[in-house]
Design a protein around this ligand. Structure first.
Ligand code: PAF
Length: 281
């Protein structure tokens, strides 16, 4: 596996593959890789001649109160896992390479409406940071296809909207959430949890499942959501939101919507966890 911090070296390798008419799948990450990431890589292998990945803990998507420096960094273990999985090119840029003028002077990408609500409302600037870095990485790697986890459902929708709005010739593929045996969605943030908190955290999925069942049985959405919020509090969470939205565009649900998604974000201690469930009513 070629590992480089250098944009030109990435471009040169991509060009070498392109002149042979070969295709490229891309999996961008912030490192600290777990089974969820490796599932994206394994899936990527099925869709292109070459798989490229990146590891960059993107400062632009962290809020002022969010601890960027505490984000887990496990570069050597990540490199080993990626090369064993068959990744051929790994881009590990520095912040100076990505934001040479500093983040304040940097042009940015913002996806309106979808990006302003839910996690976007709780974490102002977060999705601007995500869309900007993904756009930059796409411009560097120029993949045919890029793969993202469905755990970050709102992020996936934002990236799809960006690609569509900006006419990028890239297929965006969402891959099912990988879970611990307890049901807890795999996330680098789980590493912040004690084993007791991890048991507690599994209740996020249970609560979402119960809410889904209540809605399917015809319970009124506001009542079912209120019960779900209470269930989260009882389980020891500080809920940020638990909401029912349309899968198509994350708009508020009306009687006409049948494809729905429950999205939830809740804190255990200082750790913010998210999860979601798509279903048909
Ligand atoms: O989901 C992530 O790990 C990050 O938000 C991404 C897409 C790599 C952008 O930094």
């Amino acid at each position: 596996m070629i590992t480089t911090q250098n944009i030109n070296q990435v471009r040169a390798q991509i060009l070498a593959w392109r002149v042979k008419g070969e295709s490229i799948a891309f999996v961008p990450t912030m490192g600290n890789l777990h089974l969820g990431h490796m599932t994206l890589i394994n899936e990527a292998m099925k869709h292109a001649d070459h798989v490229v990945s990146s590891i960059f803990v993107n400062p632009m998507q962290f809020g002022a109160t969010e601890d960027l420096s505490a984000y887990p960094r496990t570069l050597e273990a990540d490199k080993l896992a990626l090369s064993q999985a068959g990744v051929e090119l790994l881009f590990t840029p520095t912040s100076e390479t990505i934001y040479p003028k500093g983040m304040q002077q940097q042009s940015y990408v913002e996806v309106p409406e979808i990006g302003d609500q839910l996690c976007g409302a709780s974490r102002p600037g977060h999705f601007r940071g995500v869309a900007t870095i993904v756009c930059k990485l796409f411009n560097i790697v120029t993949p045919d296809i890029a793969l993202f986890g469905r755990k970050d459902f709102q992020q996936l929708m934002i990236i799809k909207a960006m690609v569509d709005d900006l006419s990028m010739p890239i297929e965006i593929m969402g891959i099912e959430t990988i879970r611990e045996a307890s049901g807890l969605a795999m996330s680098s943030r789980n590493g912040y949890l004690t084993s007791e908190q991890k048991n507690q955290a599994a209740q996020l999925k249970t609560t979402i499942d119960k809410l889904c069942l209540a809605i399917k049985k015809g319970q009124s959405a506001p009542l079912a959501i209120k019960n779900a919020q209470q269930a989260l509090i009882t389980a020891g969470f500080t809920p940020d939101y638990i909401e029912l939205r349309s899968t198509k565009d994350l708009s508020q649900v009306t009687d006409n919507h049948s494809e729905l998604v429950i999205l939830a974000a809740a804190y255990i201690g200082d750790t913010r966890l998210i999860d979601n469930l798509c279903f048909i009513r």
